[in-house]
Design a protein. Structure first.
Length: 107
């Protein structure tokens, strides 16, 4: 069984990379301090349950999903979160292109 601190560290790094978020922005989004986020990503801090809940909420996951070492990046919630994060950064012209592409998809 993987060490809990390693699972949290990996999940945080993956999320920030996929959403192109610097530590400062993710810390603010999760409502935690930057030094704590840094320590969690390095696997040298143990978060409280309240901190785990804040982080999971910021990642649009349950605490159980966030701590599941076998959970892959392809699960539906994570994909939706990644797509949403990327859409939020697009300008109006690119959003129109995406809307046209989505219109061509089969349900």
């Amino acid at each position: 069984m993987p060490k809990l601190s390693g699972v949290i560290s990996k999940r945080l790094k993956e999320y920030r990379k996929e959403h192109d978020l610097p530590q400062e922005q993710f810390a603010e989004k999760a409502g935690i301090s930057l030094p704590l986020l840094s320590e969690l990503e390095r696997g040298i801090a143990n978060p409280t349950l309240q901190t785990l809940e804040k982080i999971a909420h910021a990642m649009a996951l349950s605490v159980a999903e966030m701590l599941d070492a076998d959970c892959t990046l392809r699960d539906e919630k994570r994909l939706r979160s990644q797509i949403t994060g990327r859409l939020e950064k697009l300008d109006a012209d690119n959003l129109k292109v995406i809307a046209a592409l989505l219109g061509r998809l089969k349900n």
